[in-house]
Design a binder for this molecule. Sequence first.
Ligand SMILES: [Fe+2]
Ligand SMILES: [Fe+2]
Length: 307
Amino acid sequence: MLVKGLLQLYNNRPQFTIHKLRPVEDHEVDFADFFPASARDAEEMWSELRGMVAGFGNTHLRALLDAFLDDPDIAARYKVAPAAKTIHHAFRSGLLEHVISLCGLARLIAPHYPSVDGDLLLTGVILHDIGKIYELTYERSFGYSTEGQLIGHISIAMRMMSDKLRGLPDFPVELRNLVEHMILSHHGQLDFGSPKVPVFPEALLLHYLDDMDSKMECMRALIEKEPQAEGLFTGYSSSLERVALRKSRYINTAPAAPAPSRVEIPLPKPSAGAVPAPGPLTKPKPAPATDSLFGEKLSLALNFERK
Ligand SMILES: [Fe+2]
Ligand SMILES: [Fe+2]
C-alpha cells in the first residue's frame, strides 16, 4: 500500500493525516526495504561469481556452471534466495553471500593440498545448495515450498543436474558422478540428510568448509542480535548448541591492567671518538619573538642592556 499524507505535531504528539492510499505492484517495491538482506550488493556478488567461473581451466566444469548460471530463472532466484529459513544466512541474497564466502575459502585452501582440484571444489561450492532456490520461498516471507518439503534441496539439485547435463552430451560420466557425489554428501553424515558420506578430498573439504561457514555466520548473527541486551553472554542458540561470548564487550569492560612502573635506563658513558651523547631532554626556552613591533622593541632593549 502506498500512502501519501502529512506528518505534523499535534499537542506535542506526531499526527499523520492520510491524503491518498493505493495498492502497489510488486515491481514498485524494493523488498530489501522490508526483509533482512545481505550487506553486499547481489549484482556485485553475481559478477564476482561469474568471473570465478570464467577463469576455470576445466572446460567441462565451466560449461556445466555456465548452463546453470546463464539460465534466467536460476539467475534471478540465486541472486535473492536466502541460504536457510532461520539457521544461517537467513536473509535476502544469503545463499549467494554464503557461496561467495565459500569460494573465497576454497580458493585459499585448495592450493594447500596438492591432491585437491580447485575447479572441482569450486563447482561443488557453487552447486551444493542450488536446490534451495526452489526448496525455499522468499517472496513475501521465508518458508519452505511444497516441493522443498516433499523433496529437499539435495534431491532438487540432482534434478537440476540431469536437466542441464541433457544439453551437454560430451560431459564425462566420471566427472558427473564426482559433482553429484559432492552435492549428495555435503551435509557430511547420513543423519544430517546426506545419502552418502564424502569419499574423496574435494567432497570432504566441501563438507567442512560448508559447516564452518554456516557456523561462523550463525555465531556472528547471534552476537550481533539484540545489541541492547545486557550481559557478556548471548542467549542459547539451538543450532550452535551453546551460548556465545560478546567478546568486544568482555574486553572493553575488563579492568585496566596496572601501568608498568617507570624504569630508568642509564645512558652509556661517552668514549673517545664516539658520537656525543644527546643533550638534556629539557627543551630550550624559545627566543623572544621578533616578528612583531613589541618583540622588536624588547629585543633592542635587551641588546642595549647587554652592551
Ligand atoms: Fe545443504
Ligand atoms: Fe551450504
